[in-house]
Structures are given as structure tokens and as C-alpha cells.
Design a protein around this ligand. Structure first.
Ligand SMILES: [Mn+2]
Length: 324
């Protein structure tokens, strides 16, 4: 749980700063972008000078978010406060955060990953929260910032994305209440679900077909590969495999689902989902990544065969140990 004291400390940090840098994690998702932009509009309404930034470009599906066209790649260096959003470690901000440039500048850490390292001067971290935007909503209340349609659209996108539209196991009654409040403030649930979850290009459906065609199952693990060759053949953009891991997780045979994404130069991006009792954030942690109990990820360098073998062995070993 997030303490009242942490909320007040966050409020004081924000009140004291004139220029604020908001930063979302690399390879941003709907929660990171929604939390960052929702807070961005809120703080701007308060009269703060804000810069929103992310080391990676905004995926096309999130370009409907108000402010998505104003996101810089890194901070300027003259900001008096940095707010990290949805990032379990400071390193997750990538090149958006330059350690030398921001030496001595306080960091406010707003996040909900179980593996969060509490790297901020103030940490608004609550692993029981289904999304980071729900923590941002509490902060907005603390700051007396009223919701408007723009803020609400950003925040609702975070909830819809991280709960897969209220379907994940960590969805709680207060999530639905928060969503209702955001709809009352002018956000369209239908539009957000359409844009952030449902709509895809034909090329992306081709890509998904290719990935699903290679699906493998063994010992409670369902896994598949998203290769550079599949992207070339389908014409799908780099981020259009997004969301497919949730489909894999729905396989009846899957206690754990894994999607291996080939990123070039021997780098493999791994997403995991757990449908049973296994805490995949611990598997991710073993490979230098992090996440939540039921959804986690890591980036591993090595040949596809080697990486696949190591990750599957780690998962199967943990599944075996959990059984005995
Ligand atoms: Mn999140």
C-alpha cells in the first residue's frame, strides 16, 4: 500500500518545482504513456512548466493520446524534478534519463511493479495497484487537480491497457470505480478500448498469424517466436506484435506463456505471463528484468536457441520445484 506520507511528500516535491521532467519507460505501453501524459496535462493546468519524454517513439496505436506528439526523447537538463512513470528501475528510462545531467535532481518514482527498486527520493510505489495511472489519480487528488476529458482519456488508457480491459486477475473494485470516474470526466471507454486494444492493421494480423503458426507447447509452457523475418514478410511495424502475449496466455495448456521477440544484434526481448501460481517476475529478475507476478519481461543477449533453452529451463525448473 502507498502511504499517506509518501503522497504528501510527492505533493510537496511537485509544489516546490517549477520545471518538471516526466519520463516513461523505454518501449512505452499504454500505462506508461497514459500516466505520463495524464500527469503532464494536470501539472500544466497547475501552471508548471513540464516536459514529457521517452527514449523510444510512441507506438502508432497510442498516437490518439492527447500530447503524444509533444513527447521529447530526453530531458533538457534544467528541470528541478524528475518524475519516473511505470518504471521498476531507473535504467528502464533508458537514454531519457542522463545520470550526469541530472546529478542531484530529486526523482519521484511512481510505479506498480513488484520488482521496483525504490530508486526515488520519494516513491509512490504500490504493487497491488493494477496500473500506474491509478496511483497518478491519487496524486492528482492530493494536488487538488480536477480531471478533464484530456487527462481522463490518458488515464483510462493506462487502466484499459494494463488490465486488458478489466480482465486481468489483479483488477479490483476500485479499478472499476476509477474507470467510472474517468468516464464521467469525459473519457470514452469505447474509443480507448478500440484504439489501445482492438484495432490492428492487416499487416499486424499477418504477423500474428506467423507467430501463432510457430506456437510450441511442453510441460505447461506455451511459447512462440516473433522474428525479424516475420516482420519483413508481413510488413508489420516493429511494435505490432504488442498484445499477442495475452493471446498466448489464454492457451488452455499454458501455466506460463512466453513470447520471444528477436530484436537484431543478438538481442531477444522476452515477455511472460503466468496463469497458475508461478511468479514470473522472479524468472524475469533472474535474467536482469522485472515486472509483476503474472506479467513480466526481460531482455537477454544470445543466440535464439541458447536464450530459448535457458529461459524455458528456468521456468520449467521453477514449475517442477513448485509442484514438489
Ligand atoms: Mn503498468
Amino acid at each position: 500500500m502507498m502511504s499517506r506520507k509518501a503522497l504528501q511528500a510527492a505533493r510537496d516535491l511537485i509544489r516546490a518545482a517549477d520545471r518538471i521532467l516526466l519520463a516513461a519507460h523505454v518501449d512505452p505501453d499504454g500505462d506508461a504513456l497514459g500516466a505520463m501524459l495524464g500527469l503532464y496535462w494536470g501539472l500544466r493546468g497547475m501552471g508548471k512548466e513540464c516536459l514529457a519524454c521517452c527514449a523510444d517513439p510512441v507506438p502508432q496505436v497510442f498516437s490518439f493520446l492527447p500530447g503524444s506528439g509533444e513527447i521529447a526523447r530526453r530531458g533538457r537538463g534544467d528541470e528541478g524534478l524528475i518524475i519516473a512513470l511505470d518504471a521498476g528501475q531507473l535504467e528502464r528510462l533508458g537514454s531519457a534519463y542522463d545520470e550526469t545531467l541530472f546529478q542531484g535532481v530529486p526523482v519521484l518514482n511512481i510505479d506498480h511493479h513488484t520488482t521496483n527498486t525504490l530508486f526515488g527520493q520519494v516513491n509512490l510505489v504500490d504493487a497491488s495497484s493494477p496500473s500506474t495511472v491509478e496511483l497518478v489519480m491519487k496524486l492528482l487528488v492530493e494536488l487538488d487537480i480536477p480531471l478533464d476529458a484530456r487527462i481522463a482519456t490518458c488515464l483510462l488508457t493506462g487502466i484499459v491497457h494494463d488490465t486488458q480491459c478489466f480482465r486481468t486477475a489483479n483488477t479490483i473494485p476500485s479499478t472499476l470505480r476509477a474507470a467510472a470516474e474517468l468516464m464521467e470526466a469525459g473519457a470514452s471507454l469505447r474509443k480507448v478500448v478500440d484504439k489501445a486494444l482492438t484495432t490492428r492493421s492487416a499487416a499486424s494480423l499477418h504477423l500474428w498469424g506467423g507467430i501463432l503458426d510457430g506456437l510450441r507447447v511442453s510441460d505447461g509452457v506455451v511459447w512462440a517466436w516473433e522474428t525479424l523475418e516475420m516482420h519483413r514478410r508481413s510488413g508489420a511495424a516493429e511494435d505490432e506484435g504488442r498484445g499477442l502475449i495475452n493471446l498466448l496466455a489464454g492457451a488452455q495448456e499454458a501455466e506460463v506463456a512466453v513470447l520471444f521477440r528477436e530484436r537484431g544484434e543478438g538481442i531477444v526481448d522476452i515477455s511472460m505471463r503466468s496463469q497458475g501460481g508461478l511468479d514470473v517476475s522472479q524468472v524475469a529478475l533472474a535474467f536482469g528484468g522485472g515486472g509483476h507476478r503474472r506479467a513480466a519481461g526481460c531482455v537477454v543477449k544470445g543466440s535464439p536457441e541458447l536464450v530459448e533453452g535457458q529461459v524455458l529451463e528456468e521456468i520449467k525448473e521453477r514449475l517442477r520445484t513448485a509442484e514438489t
